[in-house]
Write a protein that binds this ligand. Structure first.
Ligand SMILES: Cc1ncc(COP(=O)(O)O)c(C=O)c1O
Length: 359
């Protein structure tokens, strides 16, 4: 009997996709490509963490209900623990949301350019992804968004605010307008919300279609891979059925239980990044040949008049790694720089000035 060849076993939707590619780094590079926090743990927190990790029972499965982390988060957010679903990064929660709500052919919508995983995960699940372009300077195009929502009736809408990679936000009024016409869920992705100082959390109670997605990755804990969503407890209970058991490993749970209790460390670092973002922006707008877009996140998107690929390579030759977004539709010659420490940002500005001079 003739058997199908290996690639015939893979679904056509998957064959046509490109894998998510995270840039490889080297220890000698100034790493400003992944929107991480630049601040390592201070020595006293490292010690506390070491003691907590030492007590982890590796021969046992982790707590399946993530009780400690869940109750710390619930108290901080002032929501009931049943409103939370925890994920192995918020990536996993995007997947879980779509698995629980959508079937092949269902439409998922997001303004674009945006975080690439919305589209990738939707396509992997055989869903239809509809991107609605932002305006010329990446401001929300509400009339177009609303027209498309009414026409296509998406099951899930993703609104990243601040948006990655453009850095802009949706105002509360804009989100309410979208909620008013959305036939399905509106997922407000606040992965960078701490840097914008705004949240839709207070509106969860009166808006049952609203789901808020958060991540610990961008506020100093990327290595833990923990994200969470906050939703109406009725919806959260259904999502829990899709969550794989033990999705948060015991080390991550133990570490988060320690570090989430050091909110002042997280907040101080966020404030420092916000201060530095203003400095980076100040330098970028002063550089001839650079157009920088307003950002409420921990990164800044900018476009160069000289070829973005050359600028990217010249930065790399000088030891500075940023994200080259030139191949993303609508982002020709665009690069995204994560806000680092003051020293890292100074090196970036210096390297960019050199790169633009060489062109
Ligand atoms: C808007 C947005 N949402 C979600 C994520 C995923 O974050 P994580 O899976 O690390 O929690 C990212 C990561 O870059 C992002 O930019």
């Amino acid at each position: 009997m003739k058997r199908p060849c290996l690639l015939d076993l893979v679904r056509p939707e998957i064959l046509s996709l490109k894998a998510y590619r995270a840039e490889e780094s080297r220890p000698d590079l100034i790493k400003l490509d992944a929107n991480e926090s630049p601040f390592p743990l201070p020595e006293d927190l490292r010690l506390e963490l070491r003691l907590a990790l030492d007590r982890v029972d590796v021969h046992r499965y982790p707590d399946p209900h993530e009780d400690r982390v869940r109750s710390i988060l619930a108290a901080q957010l002032q929501v009931v623990p049943e409103a939370l679903v925890l994920g192995n990064g918020s990536d996993e929660l995007i997947q879980l949301l779509l698995l629980a709500t959508s079937e092949p052919g269902t439409t998922v919508l997001a303004p674009i350019p945006t975080f690439s995983m919305y589209e990738l995960i939707a396509r992997v699940q055989g869903l239809r992804f509809e991107g609605v372009p932002f305006g010329a300077r990446f401001e929300p195009d509400l009339p177009r968004l609303i027209e498309t929502i009414e026409r296509l009736r998406p099951k899930v809408i993703f609104l990243a605010t601040p948006n990655n990679p453009t850095g802009g936000v949706f105002s509360e009024a804009e989100i309410f307008k979208i909620l008013a016409v959305a036939p399905g869920l509106v997922v407000v992705d606040e992965a960078y919300g701490s840097y914008a100082g705004q949240t839709m959390l207070p509106h969860l109670v009166e808006q049952e279609r609203l789901v808020i997605l958060r991540s610990l990755s961008k506020i100093g804990l990327a290595g833990l891979r923990i994200g969470y969503l906050v939703a109406h407890p009725t919806l959260a209970a259904e999502l829990e059925k899709v969550r794989l058991p033990f999705n948060l490993n015991a080390f991550s749970q133990a570490a988060a239980a320690v570090l989430l209790n050091h909110q002042e460390w997280i907040d101080t670092n966020v404030r420092e990044v916000v201060r530095e973002r203003a400095q980076v922006m100040h330098h970028l707008v002063a550089l001839p040949g650079v157009e920088a877009f307003p950002s409420a996140a921990n990164f800044v998107l900018f476009r160069t008049t000289s070829p973005g690929n050359v600028v990217f390579d010249t930065l790399l030759q000088q030891g500075v790694l940023v994200r080259n977004l030139g191949s993303v539709p609508g982002l020709h010659n665009c690069l995204r720089v994560t806000v680092g420490t003051k020293a890292e940002n100074d090196r970036f500005v210096e390297a960019l000035t050199t790169a633009l001079r060489q062109d």
